[in-house]
Design a protein around this ligand. Structure first.
Ligand code: TEU
Ligand code: CA
Length: 539
């Protein structure tokens, strides 16, 4: 929400919408980076960790927002981006000056090899992961853009700086951290060449879950996290179930939970995310079920279908056709919110917001999409039209278009010119139209969130997958003590028959997206129908 008409959402804008979040039932707000930044990667390139980005407001605005959040009984989790800084951060401007600068070893500098970069690693944003710096004729490592040099976590001074900065924010009263690519902070010793996959130009750095990552997080936990009442979630690209059990172990030595990427990589192809492949439901069920079963009693899951890096979940896993989008958004929400773990609602997901029909590349703002468009069209892997097609399906900007508040100009987001196009469907999909409507996606989310707060079985219950091989239905149970729930989701537009397990026949419906009311032994599920059935007492 933009408060001053410059077309950019800001802190005062957020503060003005806190009642909306409270009404939805939000407990904790995860705020994307709002620190000072030249904005090469939407704030994930930070030049001062203790200052607020000018476009977003002042530190006073921040304090006012935090106070407003706390007064409403909500909490605030900040994005902690410490795998890298901006190249405009004071540490880096020092570091690049000379090989004997006191900050030299804050970053990862190497001599080139055979007239090129030190190894064959690629950046996540296209091109090599190394940049030659003229001042000293050496290369620095940047796993993301060249304006995001990687910090050298093996240097104890770097760790001390990061921990003291975190401590500063904790003393200010924030309630936790979402840790950006925290799985990548410990680099492979010797920085060896990787294998270049077919279709790719560079190798993966292989730095996920590096040798010291758990030591560093345990040190962070001892020195900072354990001294405050915080919620922590590590964004862990490349995390396996075995590794997640360490990061998010219930013993509390590291983090509370992790974001894993397995289920959002199932529709990748030879060229990574640049494809129009869709996720196979059987694969999705297999992956989510593994995480449910394996972490249960040992670690804690984060539950998400979308965020600021992912396309809109409704368009990707469901169907955003106006005919189906309301029922389908409710079905996806049910599927996610009935799982074990902490559900994340990405802004606008609670309204059923969809991918955006971007015109040409001039409508795109995200560095990942812009660079990939350049690289793949130049090299001839894809035509410009093909790349635009993939960006419309998978690009990160789909999730970054303005929040749709009402049916007024620019969806009520700004009185000026928005920094990125507004999704034209705002006249039909917007908060004002949904908050008072009992049948809206918003009201459905509200109900789901409230149910989770009432019923322990939804939070803690044991998970079991039924119908594993079914191509259209996702069915599972949750059980805790005498309570047992059956969650049925039709992921297809096709009417599909389903026979309930005996113990649920005649059970009451806890929540549903069609008005079914009672369930018989056999149900004929409509397009994207979902229902949660509560077992009859004593059965
Ligand atoms: O994302 C990390 C990450 O793994 C990305 O490469 C992600 O896979 C990609 O965006 C999906 O296509 C985090 C932040 O969430 C992202 O917004 C930042 O751009 C990135 O780190 C660098 O800080
Ligand atoms: Ca603004």
């Amino acid at each position: 929400m933009d408060s001053n008409g410059d077309g950019i959402g800001d802190l005062k804008g957020i503060t003005s919408k806190l009642d909306y979040l409270k009404e939805l039932g939000v407990d904790v707000i995860w705020l994307s980076p709002v620190y000072q930044s030249p904005n090469d990667d939407n704030g994930y390139d930070i030049s001062d960790y203790c200052a607020i980005m000018e476009e977003f407001g002042s530190m006073d605005d921040f304090d006012e927002m935090l106070d407003g959040i706390h007064r409403r009984g909500m909490r605030l989790v900040m994005d902690l981006v410490v795998n890298h800084t901006s190249d405009e951060h004071a540490w880096f401007t020092e570091s690049r000056k000379s090989t004997d600068n006191p900050y030299r070893n804050y970053y990862i500098w190497r001599e080139g090899k055979d007239g090129g970069p030190p190894n064959n690693w690629g950046s996540f944003f296209s091109g090599p992961a190394w940049q030659l710096d003229t001042a000293t004729g050496m290369y620095y490592l940047h796993l993301f853009s060249k304006k995001q040099p990687d910090l050298n976590w093996d240097n104890p001074k770097v760790r001390a700086e990061v921990f003291s900065m975190m401590d500063w924010w904790c003393r200010k009263g924030i309630d936790g951290f979402r840790m950006d690519v925290i799985s990548l902070i410990s680099k492979k010793p010797g920085l060896p060449d990787g294998i270049v996959p077919s279709g790719a130009f560079y190798a993966d750095c292989g730095c996920a879950n590096g040798p010291n990552v758990h030591d560093y997080l345990q040190e962070m936990n001892r020195k900072v996290l354990s001294r405050y009442d915080l919620m922590t979630v590590g964004e862990c690209a490349g995390v396996t179930i075995e590794e997640a059990k360490k990061y998010a172990s219930l013993d509390g030595k590291e983090l509370n939970m992790v974001f894993q990427f397995e289920h959002v990589g199932l529709d990748d192809d030879v060229y990574g995310k640049w494809t129009d492949r869709r996720t196979d439901l059987r694969e999705l069920k297999r992956v989510l079920s593994n995480w449910q079963v394996e972490l249960s009693g040992k670690a804690w899951n984060s539950l998400y279908f979308g965020n600021h890096d992912q396309p809109r979940s409704l368009s990707r896993f469901g169907n955003d056709d106006p005919k189906y989008r309301t029922v389908c958004a409710k079905m996806l929400a049910t599927c996610l919110h009935m799982l074990q773990g902490t559900p994340y609602v990405y802004q606008g997901e609670e309204l059923g917001m969809t991918n955006c029909p971007f015109g040409g590349i001039e409508d795109v703002r995200d560095i990942e999409s812009l660079n990939a468009y350049q690289e793949y069209t130049k090299e001839g892997s894809f035509s410009k039209e093909e790349m635009m097609h993939f960006i419309r399906l998978r690009g990160r900007d789909n999730a970054r278009t303005p929040m749709q508040w009402d049916e007024g100009p620019n969806a009520g987001f700004t009185k000026g010119q928005p920094w990125i196009m507004v999704n034209p469907n705002y006249t039909e999909i917007n908060a004002a139209a949904q908050t008072g409507d009992p049948d809206s996606v918003f009201s459905y989310y509200k109900k789901l969130i409230a149910l989770r707060k009432q019923m322990d079985v939804i939070v803690y219950g044991e998970y079991e997958l039924l119908e594993a091989g079914h191509e259209r239905l996702y069915v599972y149970t949750r059980s805790l003590g005498d309570e047992k729930l059956l969650v049925i989701c039709n992921f297809s537009v096709q009417e599909t028959e389903y026979t309930l397990p005996k113990e649920f026949c005649g059970g009451s419906v806890l929540i549903e997206n069609y008005a079914r009311g009672r369930v018989a032994e056999r149900v004929l599920l409509a397009a994207y129908e979902t229902l949660v059935v509560r077992q009859l007492a004593g059965k």
